[in-house]
Design a protein around this ligand. Sequence first.
Ligand code: G6P
Length: 612
Amino acid sequence: MCGIVGYAGKRQAAPILLDGLSKLEYRGYDSAGICVQGERELRVFKAKGRLKVLSDQISGGAAVPGVVGIGHTRWATHGAPSNINSHPHLSDSGKIAVVHNGIIENEARLREWLIGKGWHFRSDTDTEVISNLVGYYYDKLHDFPKAVRAAIKRVEGSYALGILCADLPDMVIAVKKDSPLIFGYGEGENFIASDVPAILKYTRTVSYLDDGDMAVFTPDTVRFFDSFGDEIRKSRETVTWEISAAEKGGFDHFMLKEIFEQPKALRDTISPRIRDGRLELGVELSAEFLRKLHRVYFIACGSAYYVSVLAKYTLEKACKVAVEAVMASEFRYSDPIVDDHTLVVAISQSGETADTLAALREAKSRGAKTLAIVNVVGSAVAKTADQTIYTWAGPEIAVATTKAFSTQLAVVYLLALHMAKQLGTLDEAEIARLLGELQKLPEQVERELREENIERIQYYCSRNYAHNSAFYIGRNLDSAVCLEGSLKLKEVAYVHSEAYPAGELKHGPISLIEEGTTVVALATIPALFDKTISNVREVRARGAEVFCITLEEFAERAGKVSQYVFPVPAAEPMFQPSLSLIPLQLVGYYIALNRGCDVDKPRNLAKSVTVE
Ligand code: G6P
């Protein structure tokens, strides 16, 4: 987590840095800070809390003149959120200022070494080790880029850094390893940022820095070097995202906006892969490789892990292969059974989640063929995997994922159909039929998002927001969708919630059901409807308030045993999770709203988790 920005140009830097940071707050919001080059000194302003606290203190940047600077928004790892621990950090000499995203693993040893050399520390952060280390080498070498290179050589861990030197008022140095960093080219101005939305307002021309890359730039020049210090050329890419994608566009929250963007995101992800009724996924998974497959692993974290659970049900049914969904943080240390007859699929919105990246590298080192399903183009996971299928969800800003989840799931369907075709587990006609059904999803989601449905959910949430405990129950695919619904409620509404397979509830958790407990029941699978409804009866008998999500044709029957019913359109059974999911996202959102929670920036969370 943490987001960094940097600017060198002719305009006032502070407002541009603050604006960039506002687009990176999804990466952390424990504190914010900027450093701007003054006449003869580095001027640092930082404050604990949201960016707004800092922005108010410096009048939106107007109070800080200067045309070169760096900025940071923090998700605390080393040291509590406080003014002192906020970035940027100055070296003891006052000559160097650093913003950092990542973790320095040999921080303790370096700190001790620097203290031995007479360097003082003010904060508990690992970052101050870098500012002091660069300061130490700058005093010795009197060469800013060489000092940065020397310091970096001694540092272990992950970092994206923006660095200023008081003696070189128009220069910024950026360097990265295992944390994302992009360089943006303007006219007479240059930018760095952790992510594209931070600079989209100013430029669409960017270079993605690779591990070990260093950029040394001024308003008019930039030079790139590799980890050996040799000058390199970086290819320039044009970002195609709309600027509006990073703005709220009339919605109260990014989360709601992104829920409503799902029909488009699904269309953008599915349509380009189907040409003249035929699937063109653009991956190399030959029939020969697939036939010899021992196992497929899906590895991911958070919501992406729940997509993986859905993938297990989907691929096993469609392709008749053994699939395991494993949390990336567990995969790496579980001595997984992986060989060159294993396919490992990593799913990640950001493409930079440390656990997912580490698990992916582990899988590669064990000889697996690897595939990534990723939203952020050029991200570390995308670069690491043998092949990548992008979800075209556009930038997702709200911390709680919605449209990225939906598009990941759509890619899982496409992958299942691709593999089924290669393996011959579904015939051509059936695949063509399923592709036709898949293309209906965007319109079906649109239908779910109609005014009357939103009002229905709002009504339910306005009457049930005060409960502090909830259960999400369902069977088969429904039980996997429950995992995501329950996580949404936890993440944004701070309600303790459990997702449980409906049939398993009686083996323990039912003891927690009492008068007024919220139960959200998913019963969208016709063959299992009666079974799930029996479980609904069991919780009703114990006082639960039940909100049942079911197919339109079952709504009346569900209404006989549940206080609230939300009918969803019937999709092809394999794709039904994409439709059952929508009311659950809305329930999370509106319950959070009723509880007065900060929906887009839930406490303690960050969207990109770059620590293990
Ligand atoms: C964090 C976020 C979750 C997200 C998970 C995986 O924990 O709060 O919403 O699902 O990371 O992120 P990724 O970018 O890898 O999909």
